[in-house]
Structures are given as C-alpha cells and as structure tokens.
Design a protein around this ligand. Structure first.
Ligand SMILES: Cc1cc2nc3c(=O)[nH]c(=O)nc-3n(C[C@H](O)[C@H](O)[C@H](O)COP(=O)(O)OP(=O)(O)OC[C@H]3O[C@@H](n4cnc5c(N)ncnc54)[C@H](O)[C@@H]3O)c2cc1C
Length: 364
C-alpha cells in the first residue's frame, strides 16, 4: 500500500490514490495529516476555510497556568514539553519557525486571586508585585509573571501544511458533502477515489455530519481581534482577556466565551466586549486599530478529553474532535495516537476513544 506520498509536493494531479482523506484542516486535521504521512500513508485534506474554524480564530498561546486557580496538573510539565517538541519538529519539517517563547504577565482579577498568587509557590510563577510600577496597564490587585509560556504560529502551520496535502481546488471548493460518499464493503468511494478511511476533523461542523452528529460535544463560541497598537510589549498579558504580541505592534486580543452556543461569525457585540475589556485595563487611552476579527467554536465533551477513533458501525469512517479550549496542548498527543490506531490498529486510550460515546451514534 505504501507508495511515494505527497510530502514536499505542492502541485496535485486531479486523480491520485488516497489512503486517508481528512475532512477539516484546522489544528486537528493538520496534525493528523503529518502523523499519517509519517506512517507512510497517502493523505489528502479538504477544507473550505469558510466555516469559521476555531484554529483560525485562536491566538496560539500555550499558557501553562490558566483559570482562576492557576492550578497545574501533576503531568502538565511533561505534556507542555512534549507538545512544544512536537511543534518544533514540524517547524524543522516546514523549514520555518513556528514556536516562540512567550513570557506572560498575569494581572490578578480580584482579591481572591491576589491572595492565591501571593501564597503560591510554583517554579513557573514569578513573584507577585503590587501595582506600584509605572506601567501601561492597571493592576489594582497586583500582577505576577508566568514562565514557560510559548506561542505557536498557527497560521503558518496551517498554511504550510495545506500546501502539502490540500485537494485540488475544484474538488474542495464546495466542501466535503457527506451525502455524496458511498460506503463500500471495506472503504469509501468518493468522486472516483477509493479511500480506506475518511476522518472527520470538522470542529463545530460535526453537528451537521450525518454519521457523527449525535456525539455529546458541547459548543463554546468565541471571538478574537487582530489589532495594531502603538506599543511594544515583551510578552503576553493575561487579565480576563489575553493580549498576545504577534509582530511589529500587531496584537491578537481574545477571547470571548459563549458556553452552550456555536458562533456563526464575528459580531459587533463580541468586538465591543473585547475592546472594552482592554480599554478598562489601560491607564491611558491608546489609538487602537482593528485589523481583523474572527469567530470560531471550541468543542468539548463533558469529560474534557478529545474524541478519537473509528465509527463503531462503519470503521472506515473516523473522527478527531473535542479539543476544547486548550487544543494546542492536547492535539499533538491525540494526533499521534489516532494515526497509530488508523495505520497499525494500535489500541486507543479508553478515555479518548470515541467508543465511549457509541450509544449516542446512529447505527443504521
Ligand atoms: C476564539 C478562540 C481562541 C482560542 N485560543 C486558543 C489558544 O490561544 N490556545 C489554545 O490552545 N487553544 C485556543 N483555542 C482552542 C483551539 O482553537 C481549538 O481547540 C482547536 O483549534 C480546534 O481545532 P479543530 O481542528 O478541532 O477545529 P477547527 O479549527 O474548528 O477546524 C475545523 C475545520 O473543518 C473545516 N470543515 C468543517 N466541515 C467541513 C466540510 N464538510 N468540508 C470541508 N471543511 C470542513 C472548517 O472549515 C474548519 O477549518 C481557541 C478557540 C477559539 C474559538
């Protein structure tokens, strides 16, 4: 089955053999494509890029200590390190940098958080400071540094990867229509291609997929802005909102949360919420230019573990979804596990296997 794959190729013939077709080329589809190609599979991806997409709205920040408790799970250091090494490896393959260290300054939100920050002793946390330093930002409850943060250049990763595996425009233009596939004895037939496996990496669009839509994945819609600010920050600011420096006074500002709701596009309300949150923390008004505005939906089941594996009824259909709000940390390991499973039949960890939700799926 293994023939030369398309690694390195940017021009696709209109008809070519495919072992695995990946529908949706956000973070999940992209990392899976790399892993399957590494396993010797002939991979193709399809993505209309018109359906929002969480990965295109994300800031790419890997903040190791998030949430009001600034809590770290016991194996967090190992997982952060592994994820970073994974992206560094892809950067070497693509021949361009993807990961940059990103110091993070956390502005405490209230007295409770301030109390915690003062008492905490963690090697990833700097010393808490009162709000006495001359500074751009208001921090009435003080602030502290979070070490070991980094930023993934998601746009570069997605674009560089699409150039390797994306289907030719004419095949992909309309997106993937799940009603146009024929499930065969072993495999899938689509537009003249005989394909061993079609993997849904569709993010929020999973709710429209006839084979997978019953899965109990909860939506959390969010918006983000791209800004020009006439300041040069040495790192990210985390203060209920997150402000991440990109390049030359360009910043990512995010993100809103709408638990229980998918978003269909950017809204004026989302933009105002983000700009007001930033303005409330600035000591003096700054000219803010909005360069871009994105919306996407995070999807996660209640157990917060990713959802991967083959369909229990049609094993030539598979899924990779449920990355939630920490996709950058969770995706690499899951992509590697799913690729091993699809390529060699290696078992999946039970807590991520989609089979745990088999009773939610259509069987006819
Ligand atoms: C505003 C926001 C900010 C975030 N910030 C961060 C952050 O800083 N750090 C972090 O770790 N995580 C962040 N996240 C979470 C992270 O973005 C997600 O966990 C991750 O991107 C999910 O990736 P995905 O590939 O599963 O889904 P998506 O990125 O949504 O990708 C799904 C893709 O499938 C395509 N698609 C769907 N159906 C079809 C079809 N039928 N045919 C063709 N294409 C199709 C869509 O166009 C889309 O590109 C953020 C999320 C949001 C919404």
């Amino acid at each position: 089955m293994v023939e030369p794959n398309f690694v390195g190729s940017t021009v696709r013939p209109t008809s070519f053999p495919i072992d695995t077709l990946i529908v949706g080329q956000g973070l999940a589809g992209t990392l899976l494509a790399w892993e399957l190609a590494r396993a010797g599979q002939r991979v193709a991806t399809i993505d209309t890029c018109t359906q929002g997409g969480a990965s295109r709205a994300a800031g790419g920040l890997m903040n190791p200590l998030t949430g009001p408790r600034l809590a770290a799970s016991p194996d967090l250091a190992r997982r952060c390190e592994q994820a970073r090494a994974h992206y560094e490896h892809l950067a070497a393959q693509l021949g361009q940098p993807l990961v940059e260290p990103m110091p993070i300054r956390r502005l405490c939100r209230d007295a409770v958080e301030q109390g915690r920050a003062r008492d905490m002793d963690h090697s990833w946390l700097g010393v808490w400071h009162a709000d006495t330093r001359p500074d751009l930002f208001r921090a009435p409850f003080g602030s502290l540094e979070i070490h070991q943060g980094w930023r993934l250049d998601l746009a570069a990763l997605l674009a560089g990867s699409a150039a390797r595996w994306a289907m030719p425009d004419q095949a992909a233009a309309a997106g993937f229509d799940w009603t146009a596939i024929h499930l065969q004895g072993r495999g899938v037939r689509w537009q003249g291609h005989a394909i061993d496996c079609v993997v849904s990496c569709e993010g929020a669009a999973i709710t429209k997929n006839p084979h997978w839509r019953g899965l109990p994945l909860h939506a959390d819609g969010g918006e983000s802005l791209n800004l020009h600010l006439p300041i040069d920050l040495p790192g990210a600011i985390s203060a209920g909102f997150t402000l991440v420096p990109l390049d030359r006074q360009r910043y990512w500002l995010g993100a809103t949360h709408h638990p229980g709701r998918a978003v269909s596009g950017p809204t004026d309300a989302g933009r105002e919420t983000l700009l007001n949150a930033l303005a409330a923390r600035l000591r003096m008004p700054l000219p803010i230019e909005v360069l871009g505005h994105c919306a996407g939906t995070r999807m996660a089941p209640s157990d917060r573990e990713p959802v991967l594996g083959r369909h229990p009824r049609w094993p030539w259909l598979a899924i990779f979804n449920g990355l939630g709000s920490r996709g950058i940390l969770r995706a690499p390991d899951s992509a590697a596990q799913l690729a091993r499973h699809l390529a060699t039949g290696a078992p999946l960890p039970e807590d991520r296997d989609v089979v745990r939700y088999a009773h939610h799926l259509a069987w006819t």
